[in-house]
Design a protein around this ligand. Structure first.
Ligand code: NAP
Length: 485
């Protein structure tokens, strides 16, 4: 007997406009809050991936040559269907992923915004006429790259998909998607809505199954023009290597280790409130989650006091009850947090709040961990350099600007960074000095349909969202037309 009823949702692969059973054994999808098996999904492998690529290739000429207004109409219809279906989509997401219902519904809302934004932007992917000699016309045209292979993670199991598909289909690409094994149902529920919106067969396909063979076929196929991946840095590197022989376009949204710096002139209430909201969003399982909290020594005592006071309001529980934060995704996720805590405390870090796994009562069958504040974190601790992906706030004290910029950049990652300050010189200097793709100043809202999202260094390359996100799906073609002798 499961605690919550899973809404009706497909469990098969969707290839060439048909729902098909996979050739491999089915696997269970589990609720991380209760341990309940929600359902079993079909699995395919190489053959299904090849079939999906063939379907996407077949659909490409017609889809890419549709008038852009028609592609936009399909997308807007899909946006409407997603909006109407928010409750079912959010419930499915909470049950398989664990995040609180309100956050799941917020993620669905961002899908709607992404689709509408990209449908509008598709109509503005302008080329150029470049000044040329009078005998010629120099044109720059933008054309869709072709078939796109998209591989997505479990932490935003719906929006990571739409963020990739929306700009792709807007410009005329067709898609083969491989979602994460922990959260296939959110992906399948979206596919149902693509079908309901009557997208032509083959424009969007989904393959489920073991990631390695599917990823290998997608990244090596000569029929796939681009790979777009969101996930860990290790897997991103593997895909980039596999894609190199066919010289396809690659976009990688990888891990992060965001610094969050509080300068002495900052609005401390705002800095602490924002830290708590941002850190406990999706229980810290976010690539842009604040992971190293640098606090100036002059305000350290006050910030620590505020933090320990406010963190007590954070509630932990089953996402269906809509607490502040839910469980971790699986045993490996929980083990990583436990190991980082153990390593840090053995090396001298002090637990100011939390620090324990939650195992009793309503928590007994889920992957729950207390919201945690850790002080006196130093460079010899794993947590200083490793992405945490859990509900831990590690505090580090600093003395001056140059020192903290250097420390913030002392990581292989370069995705999101944040700082709180009011002095304009500090804001200018620090925002220039941080080697990150995104910098939030007195704010952490860095993910929007209209603004470029992506990283530097080992956080990957390419951008999602905004006009930069759309450009990732087009080829630039120069056409030189001789019009006179
Ligand atoms: P992951 O293990 O890299 O998995 C991500 C996706 O890659 C899943 O679909 C997974 O499939 C697939 N995969 C695993 N091994 C593969 C292989 N050898 N070939 C092809 N695909 C493979 O990452 P995760 O643990 O799910 O996600 C967390 C990571 O994603 C964190 O590092 C986080 O920072 C990063 N992330 C980055 C962003 C960003 O925008 N930069 C956003 C969200 C998350 P299976 O699930 O079937 O194994």
């Amino acid at each position: 007997m499961t605690k919550h009823q899973l809404p009706s949702v497909e469990t098969r692969l969707y290839i060439n406009g048909e729902w098909v059973e996979g050739s491999k054994e089915k696997i269970p999808v589990t609720n991380p809050a209760t341990g309940d098996v929600l359902t079993e999904i079909h699995q395919g492998a190489e053959a299904e991936t090849e079939a999906a690529i063939a379907a996407a290739k077949k659909a490409f000429p017609t889809w890419s040559e549709l008038p852009v207004t028609e592609r936009a109409a399909y997308m807007n219809k899909l946006a409407d269907l997603i909006e109407e279906d928010t409750n079912r989509l959010a419930t499915i997401m909470t049950l398989e992923q664990g995040k609180p219902l309100t956050q799941a519904a917020g993620e669905i809302k961002s899908n709607v915004e992404n689709l509408r934004w990209n449908a509008a932007q598709a109509q503005r992917v302008f080329g150029e006429i470049i000044p040329s000699p009078p005998t010629n016309q120099w044109q720059v045209r933008k054309q869709p790259v072709g078939v796109v292979g998209a591989i997505t993670p479990w932490n935003f199991p719906s929006n990571m998909i739409i963020r990739k598909i929306a700009p792709g289909i807007a410009v005329g690409c067709t898609i083969v998607l491989k979602p994460a094994k922990e959260t296939p149902l959110s992906a399948l529920a979206l596919m149902e809505l693509f079908e309901k919106a009557e997208f032509p067969a083959g424009v969007v396909n989904i393959v489920l199954g073991d990631a390695k063979p599917i990823g290998k076929v997608l990244s090596e196929s000569e029929d796939v023009a681009k790979i777009t991946f969101t996930g860990s840095t290790n897997v991103g590197k593997i895909l980039n290597q596999q894609a190199s022989d066919s010289l396809k376009k690659v976009s990688l949204e990888l891990g992060g280790h965001a610094p969050y710096i509080i300068f002495p002139d900052a609005d401390l209430e705002l800095a602490v409130d924002t830290l708590i909201t941002t850190k406990f969003r999706n229980n810290g399982q976010v690539c842009v989650s604040p992971n190293r909290i640098f606090v100036h020594q002059d305000v350290k005592e006050e910030v620590t006091h505020l933090l320990v006071e406010k963190i007590q309001e954070v509630t932990v529980g089953d996402g269906m009850d809509d607490p502040t934060t839910g469980p971790l995704i699986n045993q490996a996720g929980l083990d990583k947090v436990v190991a980082q805590l153990k390593d840090a405390t053995e090396k001298g870090a002090k637990v100011l709040f939390g620090g324990q796994q939650l195992t009793e009562g309503e928590y007994q069958n889920g992957f729950f961990f207390q919201p945690t504040v850790l002080d006196e974190v130093t460079t010899d601790m794993d947590i200083y350099y490793e992405e945490t992906f859990g509900p831990v706030i590690p505090l580090i004290t600093f003395e001056d600007e140059d020192e903290v910029i250097k420390a913030a950049n002392d990581t292989e990652f370069g995705l999101a960074s944040y700082f709180f300050a009011n002095n304009i010189q500090t804001i200018d200097k620090v925002s220039r000095g941080l080697d990150y793709g995104m910098v939030g100043v007195n704010d952490t809202a860095i993910s929007n349909s209209a603004t470029p999202f992506g990283g530097m260094k080992h956080s990957g390359f390419g951008r999602e969202n905004g006009i930069y996100g759309v450009e990732e799906y087009v080829e630039v073609k120069f056409v030189n037309i001789r019009t006179a002798k």
